[in-house]
Design a protein around this ligand. Structure first.
Ligand SMILES: Nc1ncnc2c1ncn2[C@@H]1O[C@H](COP(=O)(O)OP(=O)(O)O)[C@@H](O)[C@H]1O
Ligand SMILES: [Mg+2]
Length: 419
């Protein structure tokens, strides 16, 4: 669809879940670009805070009726782009873009990337590298399975994020315990009614050893444009997989980075991801890349703040530019190294006090220290939890400088968590 920019500004529909970390970064990118924003959210109260002008209240958990509402809205206020934020909105964003005849990924790809079992099936069918995997029902007796699988293996819910409910096990005893623990996480999330899609199933798959990386990219007519490859220098060997450091550019040799890129391109093609942001997590062992996860969205949490393009453009702005049909192919990440530490929750309790933030902020190379959990709130560590205490951002001449700065700043912070 061609925009007639003489008549009016492009109108972008932003799908913002209530709990997203990303609202303010996407809204300021839209402001910067001068586009008109319509915010859709799943709670009206978020809407009045964010966008007093045009807004839509939608249930992201039922994408078909929500798509109809969007399309009826668009008959009065034509929409030029739909941008989904976070995993919760990818299916609706895809359906709505299709309905409005905007460039879109296949609907099947949107579903497959929200279900870890479907994702594995699609990748294997396309002949891509994958560990063994098996779908389990929460009602099964884990004792019956434990002796029939290989170790180490990883148990996980089908549609959560941030490593919630992901557990490595090394023997049948651990498997049985972990099985019950993952099922309990899935059930408690059903009770909170957050994940109506959290069906009573889980996935078990072979543990892939090696180092882990993340790739941030944009699909442009089916071709992957790599925006950044992040190393994760803290070992992720389990039993829980706490994300901490993401640092770019990667320190891996060029041919390994090429392998990471090809693996992501192949997986995107197999899935049917053609347009818009992609975020991939991969493992690398003996120069071979193994896809852990690929999603049609940008990096989660506040981590996108590590990325700047051209003379300082944010990732959110680049995503909106692409969505309204601008050519983003020439944009390159800045020359500096950059990184983030997601501050893990050390133990359960109530967050009573945070100190050392000023000391952390003055560590050389540190850009920003953000504590994202308010004092007085309960905090839950992995594998049950799903949030971070906050984020530390750094820039520097080399990835090693950035890593040092992030670790040093983290050491300055002290969290008082009362059990
Ligand atoms: N098969 C596996 N082998 C090794 N590590 C894994 C495997 N599956 C998951 N992990 C680890 O757990 C983390 C979270 O798993 P993932 O499937 O990406 O779930 P989530 O959507 O919660 O991020 C991964 O980033 C990785 O560190
Ligand atoms: Mg993941």
């Amino acid at each position: 669809m061609k925009l007639n920019l003489v008549d009016r500004k492009p109108r972008v529909l932003l799908l913002l879940p209530t709990r997203t970390y990303r609202a303010s970064d996407f809204l300021s990118a839209a402001r910067q670009l001068g586009v008109e924003v319509v915010v859709a959210s799943d709670q009206p109260q978020t809407l009045s805070e964010l966008s007093p002008l045009k807004s839509l209240s939608l249930d992201f958990r039922t994408p078909e009726p929500a798509t109809l509402e969007i399309s009826s809205f668009a008959r009065t206020y034509p929409i030029d782009a739909v941008v989904g934020v976070d995993d919760d909105t990818t299916i609706l964003a895809t359906m709505a873009a299709k309905e409005l005849s905007l460039p879109h990924n296949t609907i099947e790809s949107a579903y497959a990337t929200r279900d870890k079992y479907q994702l594995r099936k699609v990748l294997v069918k396309a002949g891509l590298r994958a560990p063994w995997f098996k779908l389990l029902s929460a009602n099964e007796n884990p004792e019956m399975i434990a002796n029939r699988i290989d170790y180490p293996c990883v148990l996980k819910p089908l549609s959560f994020s941030a490593s919630r409910g992901v557990i490595r096990t090394d023997d049948p005893g651990q498997f049985v315990d972990a099985f019950h623990r993952v099922v309990a996480v899935i059930q408690s999330s059903r009770e909170e009614d957050e994940h109506h899609r959290a069906v009573e199933q889980l996935l078990v798959e072979g543990f892939i050893p090696g180092t882990e990386v993340a790739l941030e990219g944009m699909m442009l007519q089916g071709e992957l444009k790599v925006l950044a490859i992040f190393d994760k220098p803290d070992p992720l060997d389990g039993p829980f997989f706490e994300e901490t450091l993401y640092i770019t550019p990667s320190r891996l040799p060029a041919h390994v980075q090429q392998e990471i890129t090809s693996c992501t391109q192949d997986a995107a093609r197999a899935l049917g991801l053609r347009e818009g942001p992609v975020h991939a997590e991969l493992r690398v062992k003996d120069d071979c890349a193994w896809m852990l996860e690929l999603a049609p969205r940008s990096i989660g949490g506040l981590c996108a703040r590590t990325l700047r393009f051209g003379t300082g453009m944010s990732l959110e702005e680049l995503i909106i530019r692409h969505a309204i049909g601008q050519d983003v192919n020439s944009f390159k990440r800045e020359e500096n190294a950059a990184g983030v530490m997601m501050i893990p929750i050390p133990h359960a309790g109530v967050l009573r006090e945070v100190s050392g933030q000023e000391q952390a902020e003055v560590v050389e190379g540190i850009d920003e220290v953000t504590i994202s959990i308010p004092i007085g709130q309960e905090v839950v560590p992995l594998p049950e939890g799903k949030r971070y205490l906050g984020f530390i951002f750094a820039r520097g001449g080399t990835p090693a400088d950035v890593e040092t700065a992030l670790r040093e700043a983290h050491c300055q912070l002290e969290f008082v968590i009362e059990p």
